[in-house]
Design a protein around this ligand. Structure first.
Ligand SMILES: NC(=O)c1ccc[n+]([C@@H]2O[C@H](COP(=O)([O-])OP(=O)(O)OC[C@H]3O[C@@H](n4cnc5c(N)ncnc54)[C@H](OP(=O)(O)O)[C@@H]3O)[C@@H](O)[C@H]2O)c1
Length: 210
């Protein structure tokens, strides 16, 4: 077992805590209005490189996104995130790492181009994390989302670092990241705050786990 792997979660969030708008689903991955959380990233050089594109802006946002991608050796995500993303990610998905998809619906593993593979895990978050750790090559395991998946990992204290890319927008309604956590009281050590015209990037280490 590889124990010295850092477990991270990096999410784009509205100021009022939503990571997707209402009515998210296949064909509407970010929910109503949810594109607002993702549009800032589309012009960044580091993001474009992951899409097989050239050009884009080399700025602080791009460095932060590139740092997140480069540090990640394996990914865990929920089946809803996977189902809504599978088509847009296509045959050369941006992960370039093994992806472990939590699901109750078994499916054969798939190998995509560029180093991405999808493995469907039906025996829970601890199993997904162990498989991801083993496949990470010692780099970070990123709990990519969505809300249900991140909440499960937070509830049992399995996330070491969380980075929130907070967009200056209020949703009012939508999918809230910090919901259904019960009485948690986890202490956070601030690691970094970077403010750009696009977003405020808040990075914390979770120092006292449930
Ligand atoms: N803003 C951001 O940075 C960001 C990042 C990621 C995702 N998102 C958004 O988040 C939304 C999806 O989030 P979500 O909270 O609805 O769902 P989710 O966490 O992506 O997936 C939840 C689903 O995963 C499966 N699952 C989760 N835990 C499981 C377990 N322990 N055992 C077995 N199966 C398990 C279940 O699906 P089945 O029972 O159907 O198998 C469950 O309904 C999407 O709209 C996506 O765009 C936003």
């Amino acid at each position: 077992m590889t124990t010295n792997v850092t477990v991270t979660a990096d999410l784009m969030m509205s100021v009022d805590g939503c990571i997707a708008g209402p009515n998210a689903g296949i064909g509407n991955p970010g929910g109503d209005g949810g594109l607002r959380l993702h549009e800032w990233i589309a012009g960044l050089a580091s993001w474009r490189e992951r899409q097989g594109l050239t050009g884009g802006e080399h700025n602080r946002d791009s460095e932060i996104v590139g740092e997140w991608f480069d540090a990640t050796g394996a990914v865990v995500m929920g089946r809803t995130m996977f189902d809504t993303g599978e088509e847009p990610w296509g045959d050369d998905p941006p992960f370039r790492a093994p992806v472990f998809v939590l699901t109750h619906r078994p499916r054969q593993p798939e190998v995509k181009r560029g180093g991405t593979s999808y493995t469907f895990v039906t025996d829970g978050i601890h199993s997904a994390l162990e498989q991801a750790r083993a496949a990470s090559g010692g780099r970070n395991v990123d709990i990519a989302g969505g809300a249900d998946t991140v909440q499960q990992f937070l509830r049992v204290g399995l996330i070491d670092e969380i980075q929130l890319h907070v967009l200056p927008v209020l949703f009012g309604e939508g999918l809230r990241l910090f919901d259904r956590l019960g009485l948690l009281h986890q202490e956070l050590e601030p690691l970094r705050v970077v403010h750009t015209p696009n977003a405020t990037h808040l990075k914390y280490r979770i120092t006292r786990k449930a």
